[in-house]
Design a protein around this ligand. Sequence first.
Ligand code: PSU
Ligand code: MN
Length: 309
Amino acid sequence: MVTDLARSWLTFSPAVAAAKAAGRPLVALESTIIAHGMPYPENVRTAREVEALIRELGAEPATIALIGGRIRIGLSDDELELLGRSDQVHKVSRRDLPAVLANGGLGATTVAGTMICAALAGIEVFVTGGIGGVHRGAQETFDISADLQELARTSVAVVCAGAKSILDIGLTLEYLETHGVPVLSCEQDNFAAFYTRDSGYRADFRLDDAVEQARFIRTKWDLGLVGGVVVSTPVPAVAAMPDEEIDALTRQALDDAAVQGVTGKAVTPFLLARIKALTGGRSLATNIAIVKHNAEVGARLAIAMGSIE
Ligand code: PSU
Ligand code: MN
């Protein structure tokens, strides 16, 4: 249940407040992808282009971040620039939210962090790149992204291009099943693998149509089944990377992380940056194509959610 006290931490941008008041569809966007997922200036440019794309399709984008001790729902161009440029941005998951709000620092929200804030703001649909998951070797390290726990408990639909193969995708899907989080796939039967279209694992349900996806999600929540829904959509074929190349680079990046002793919340940003460097920047173009495509799927879903109420 969302209390007034919790909501008192939110500040809506004028555009998001107006859309909300008018009952127009809203799409939440995360900020870790801006601050920690992509380099400057491509990060800021992509964030702006993704927002514009969502607006063109008829929904209102709400990029979420922590600024000056407030949960900000919808950011100005200057604020996107600040998040994209600064090297003082905290990566904020569920654990980190109170710390960064209380000290008034700059915080970029992860999938988990953004889901919490979106739910407080009454936003049902959230677009990201890839979700966190169970890391390879988690049997030893216990490194399981807090994104998965959040999907289990917070009722927001998360549109993504699956999960990166830096993770153990099979175990990630097992974990989601255990926690009752449905994984929908659109455009194909299998769960996507971010840089490549096919993870080799079937998603739970294939629903290509936004209205069908919306009905599924609405039914889950109507029944009081608290928690998120994953909507996976593959990278457009023209932008996908070759499987063998990604496999080799992923192994290399994982070896580098082990050699350098990277742990905790630094693991995922390290692996993303390493893969980007190893591809000579080509993975960045794929990453951008993915987020834009996800934004289209998410905007259509947000509109469909509004149309079936
Ligand atoms: N996976 C990606 N790109 C990303 C992330 C994950 O392909 O930018 C970010 C998201 O913000 C995600 C977070 O929520 O990393 C997961 O971090 P961790 O594995 O530390 O939970
Ligand atoms: Mn982790």
